[in-house]
Design a protein around this ligand. Structure first.
Ligand code: MN
Length: 496
């Protein structure tokens, strides 16, 4: 359900009329080559669309307002091949609503030492043209990404590509709808927040839907559809014996499939990108949705448990950002600790809803009792997470601002059997070390719910926070508690 390949980023080159047609033709030719090469780059997952050179306030305004209007345009790249006096950019930049990347590059990589003359100098002016442009963007206090280096370099194209993924995640939020079945889990603080402010800042809406309306859809699912989904389960997972045809829990599997099909139909019919539910409000649903939610998350829906709409939305955006890459982005909860003094670790999981995008092995499909909620035993998928670099990110409402908290982590291969643990799980070590990371997370007011990512960088999450114009705090290999506290204090003043 997620496809960012049709999205566009417009490549806009700035100049001015002063140079005359010969130079401007050369500017247009060179810009076309750069835009084409970026478009062809395997490191950039979206289309890079060349736009004719802008040379006046009017052309700039028209191009940037057109970018605002174009549905597929998720952002713009600007570059000043020559000098482009930046007062010309004020009107356009003031109304620009799409994310911007300022590519500080030059058409020629090397100075042609033996032949360089004033014609070369006048054509290759981005060294000072981009500074003039940069001043104006800073003067207007606009957030943007700056990428520096020759456009042909893989490292530059990778940075551009990573940023277009972030822009795609941001674009996905604009007008997105998230469904909430029931309210927040009673008395829980960190997962709640201001949905009006969230819609204003982030662009997505969160609205509640009656569980009874969902139950009506679940009950409308046909037996044929259920049978074919059960065949899919049997082909995809190691099935517990009791769930097989004739087994004592077969009826529970049928119920699970009915719930999955009903939930999916509800989400598809309402054009939702994600949802949340709560075990405290499931009237008419026989089990807390387990395998249903797991498989819908794997398909690309954002989800978080207990009414946590912020983590559901964040997980959806991160799934978009990481689409097509190895590894996954998944709803996660810091569940329990291994407090070994040498190798302390965190076991991440949830009651049921762990996303199979993280599975290192073919999941088993099992049924076990759930100790809370008072419902029938739910069916769930059980698997182990993978080893590798990762991060956790969490979004909190601090009253006067949203805070995105990011912690770099290292996923570990699970070698123990865990025969009595009936949920999927992931084990990781947080950076810089367990003690510092957990202290900082708690001082930063970080939630127990996160999105765990195996393919998004801290830099991308920081860029995402800048697009949203919200606070970002990072816990990584450079973090000390003293500096982290200082960042919190500084931000308290900044956001006052
Ligand atoms: Mn939870």
């Amino acid at each position: 359900m997620i496809d960012i390949s049709k999205k566009e980023v417009w490549f806009i080159t700035g100049s001015q009329d002063l140079y005359g047609p010969e130079t401007l033709n050369q500017v247009a030719e060179n810009s076309t080559i750069i835009a084409e090469k970026l478009n062809d780059s395997k490191l950039i997952p979206v289309n890079i669309i060349f736009k004719p050179t802008v040379k006046s306030s009017e052309e700039i305004y028209e191009t940037l307002t057109a970018a605002n209007q174009e549905k597929n345009c998720i952002g713009i790249i600007t570059w000043m091949h020559t000098f482009s006096p930046a007062k010309m950019w004020i009107r356009g930049l003031t109304v620009l609503q799409k994310p911007m990347l300022h590519l500080h590059t030059q058409f020629n990589r090397d100075i042609p030492w033996g032949t360089i003359d004033m014609d070369f100098m006048n054509l290759n002016q981005s060294a000072h043209g981009d500074r003039e442009f940069g001043f104006m963007v800073s003067r207007l206090r606009k957030n943007r990404k700056v990428v520096v280096g020759h456009w042909s370099a893989d490292s530059v194209q990778k940075k551009i590509g990573d940023w277009t993924r972030v822009a795609a995640g941001w674009d996905d939020w604009q007008g997105a709808k998230f469904a909430r079945f029931g309210d927040n889990m009673r008395f829980v603080a960190v997962t709640d927040g201001d949905k009006v402010e969230a819609e204003t800042i982030f662009g997505f809406s969160v609205n509640t839907y009656a569980v009874g309306d969902l139950v009506a859809v679940i009950n409308s699912i046909s037996g044929d559809a259920i049978n074919s989904l059960i065949k899919e389960y049997e082909a995809s997972y190691h099935m517990a014996d009791s769930l097989l045809e004739g087994g004592k829990d077969r009826q529970s599997l049928i119920e699970s499939a009915r719930i999955e099909l009903g939930l999916e139909k509800f989400l598809v019919d309402g054009n939702f990108k994600g949802f949340s539910d709560t075990f405290e409000d499931l009237h008419g649903i026989k089990q807390l949705p387990g395998i249903a939610v797991q498989r819908l998350m794997q398909k690309g829906y954002g989800f978080a448990g207990e009414g946590d709409w912020k983590t559901a939305a964040l997980t959806r955006a991160m799934k978009v950002m990481g689409s097509g890459l190895e590894g996954g982005n998944a709803f996660m909860e810091d569940y329990t600790y291994h407090l070994d003094p040498i190798e302390p670790r965190i076991l991440g999981s949830h009651m049921l809803e762990v996303d199979p995008v993280l599975a290192s092995n073919k999941p088993t499909c099992e049924i076990h009792p759930l100790s809370i909620g008072g419902k029938a035993d739910p069916v769930r998928l059980i698997f182990n997470g993978r080893a590798g670099t990762s991060l956790v990110a969490s979004l909190m409402d601090f009253g006067n601002r949203f805070r995105l908290l990011i912690n770099k982590t290292i996923g570990e291969k699970i070698v123990e059997d865990l025969p009595n643990l009936p949920v999927a799980r992931v084990i990781w070590k947080p950076l810089p070390d367990f003690e510092t990371a957990c202290s900082a997370w708690i001082l930063g007011g970080g939630a127990h719910h996160t999105c765990y990512s195996e393919n998004i960088s801290v830099e991308q999450m920081e860029d995402f926070a800048e697009m949203a114009n919200i606070e970002a705090l990072v816990i990584d290999e450079d973090t000390t508690i003293r500096n982290f506290k200082m960042a919190i204090r500084t931000n308290e003043a900044f956001y006052k």
